[in-house]
Design a binder for this molecule. Sequence first.
Ligand SMILES: Nc1ncnc2c1ncn2[C@@H]1O[C@H](COP(=O)(O)OP(=O)(O)OP(=O)(O)O)[C@@H](O)[C@H]1O
Length: 286
Amino acid sequence: MPDEPIWDDLSAPAASVLRVDALTLAFGGVKALTNVGFGVAPGSITAVIGPNGAGKTSLFNTISGFYKPAQGRVLFEGEDITRLPAPKRAALGLARSFQNIALFRGMTVLDNIKLGRHAHLKTNVFDALFYLGRARREEAELRRDVEERIIDFLEIDHIRHASVAALPYGLQKRVEMARALAMQPKVLMLDEPVAGMNREETEDMARFILDVRREWGITVLMVEHDMGMVMDLSDHVVVLNFGQVIAQGTPAQVQADPEVIRAYLGAGDVGELRRRLRGGSMAGAA
Ligand SMILES: Nc1ncnc2c1ncn2[C@@H]1O[C@H](COP(=O)(O)OP(=O)(O)OP(=O)(O)O)[C@@H](O)[C@H]1O
């Protein structure tokens, strides 16, 4: 946790590196998101939580550019990116991981990480023609430095030449994070980073997420069901239910919010909710 709260003034656009504004998204008759708005303060760890089907994945897909909203805007560093395709958003510095690992399983760890850099490769003909010689060599060296730093940081040196398919799940998740970091993002979006992990793997991942912010200065936006982790790591928590933001604030604020309690447990046992909020996953608790 940072010493100073930095998410207090989210009403000011400059306070948010990423901001969604009145987002509405529908699949046929199903409204997945309705008027969703919140800001992500630079340097924060912000979590989006909510019961199953609340709209978390839809929100992530809209922010990263896989879904186009019917209404509303996505602002990245003050710029309206709502109409930009996903790769352009990635190139601006918005990287993400997926709920179900999206790695090239037949390739090695190192090759998967190298692919992360593609978001920054020059693509137009003019650049390609003039992007030669020294500048190119310097970039190759810089890229190798970044890759080595990431491998070292995520403690995956011993598996760099291993095929991803052969790795245990926890390590695959770590490689996915490495690939996202290779894009040198400003904001890292993590979709259920510890889903399916055992306690030890979860603790490792929690440590890496904290270090991503502390050592790399990267802002983190995550969707996660593991409430223990969300409450321990996050500066700011946004709660969705039925596609709407029903609460947001510090972990302590959302845990005490009656609407959040209602959303998760209906008229159920509030003591049980508190226990879950403090200790573990609320997935399926709705
Ligand atoms: N591709 C789709 N087509 C139709 N409906 C969809 C689609 N994706 C999501 N929905 C609907 O939109 C709503 C929000 O779903 P979403 O997957 O975003 O929720 P979620 O909070 O991520 O759920 P979970 O915690 O189970 O992953 C649900 O009612 C879901 O059935």
